[in-house]
Ligand binder design. Structure first.
Ligand code: ZN
Ligand code: ZN
Length: 102
């Protein structure tokens, strides 16, 4: 009996951990328009995106942040990859990534 209960709380803990990991890739909304040069092409204006890997803001212009990395759709979301890069993705691919991470 006791073993079963311990087992259940372990499963619960794993679930919470999974939730926390999933939440970790949900990035906060982009900051205001900035005059920092784009990380990719050096153009301005840019928007600041928080890199959850480094904890710092990175700046990207509209054209470098509007295409999905995985398909040709318009990117509406972004997340920090395990490699510490900010990845811009469309709604569909973002949903796939969430699924993959859960
Ligand atoms: Zn750019
Ligand atoms: Zn896509």
């Amino acid at each position: 009996m006791k073993f079963k209960e311990e087992n259940r709380s372990l499963i619960l803990r794993k679930r919470i951990l999974a939730l926390l990991l999933a939440a970790g890739i949900l990035v906060t909304l982009p900051a205001c328009v900035s005059m920092e040069p784009c990380e990719n092409c050096g153009r301005t204006p840019t928007k600041g995106y928080r890199n959850d890997y480094t904890g710092e803001n990175e700046y990207y212009c509209t054209s470098c942040s509007s295409d999905c990395t995985f398909c040709s759709n318009t990117a509406t979301r972004h997340y920090t990859s395990a490699l510490g890069l900010i990845i811009f993705v469309c709604e569909d691919c973002y949903a796939d990534i969430l699924e993959f991470n859960s």
